[in-house]
Design a protein around this ligand. Structure first.
Ligand code: PGA
Length: 259
């Protein structure tokens, strides 16, 4: 399998730019101590917008083995959109990745699959890689409709994106009931849906695209459960919230392969 696992730390609305500098410095040290090998997993931090410039300066200055990204993007190019941040602004700050479709934005900001799709296209247009999030709420899981729900989201989120771009992007399966709750899906639950997403990509595009796209699991991933989750064939990494705010914990997650 040629997919390099990707471990991305979604800091959400935590850490000002001073906290970001100290967290990234600590993370650099923790990764070095853990014998981090970038060929075996890719480490990404996704801080709030206000921290990105500081993170960029530090990572570039100290040549740390980290990529960084943003938690959101405007679907518009530029102009009178108060409060929004454009793709060109993020690309200029060296962002490699941008998250779209996170359940917190779907739920608290009413973001639809149509908007997630428009944002994914903007991210690609500016030469960055989308991390497209999907996943079901508890009632959908209880009704046994989690695969159908998640595949439906991803099908809509990818509409009109061509195979070459899909092959390079990242999809994060995050069951909403497992986010920030301490409740992790089992490794088999993660595999069931990540496998179904890969199959959907094969059906929508082709086998080569499906083999190439990286699919993360997210939802209460920590040092203690990452190895089991990563043992599944269709799980190519993790989108990590809470545990990415502690350098030592996130370094353990990034270097899961050493356990
Ligand atoms: P969590 O968040 O790891 O704190 O559950 C995951 C996410 O929302 O990306």
């Amino acid at each position: 399998m040629s997919r390099t696992p990707i471990m991305a730390g979604n800091w959400k609305m935590n850490m000002d730019h001073l906290g970001a500098v100290s967290l990234v410095q600590d993370l650099g040290k923790a990764l070095e101590d853990a014998g981090y090998d970038p060929a075996r997993s890719e480490a990404v931090v996704i801080p709030p917008f206000t921290d990105i410039r500081s993170v960029q300066t530090l990572v570039e200055g100290d040549k740390l083995p980290l990529a960084w990204g943003a938690q959101d993007i405007s679907a518009h190019e530029d102009g009178a959109y108060t409060g929004e941040v454009s793709g060109s602004m993020l690309a200029k700050l060296g962002c490699s990745y941008v998250v779209t479709g996170h359940s917190e934005r779907r739920e608290y900001h009413g973001e639809t699959d149509e908007l997630v799709n428009a944002k994914a296209k903007k991210i690609i247009e500016h030469g960055m890689t989308p991390i497209i999030c999907c996943g079901e709420p508890l009632e959908v899981r209880k009704a046994g409709k989690h695969v159908e729900h998640t595949v439906g989201q991803i099908t809509a989120d990818l509409a009109g994106i061509d195979a070459a771009d899909v092959a390079k992007l990242v999809i994060a399966y995050e069951p909403i009931w497992a986010i920030g709750t301490g409740e992790t899906a089992t490794a088999d639950d993660a595999q069931e849906v990540c496998g179904a997403i890969r199959k959907a990509v094969a059906d929508l595009y082709d086998e080569a695209t499906a083999e190439s796209v990286r699919i993360q699991y997210g939802g209460s991933v920590k040092a203690g459960n990452v190895v089991e989750i990563m043992s599944k064939p269709d799980v190519d990494g993790a989108l990590v919230g809470g545990a990415s705010l502690k350098a030592g914990d996130f370094a353990q997650i990034v270097t899961f392969y050493a356990k």
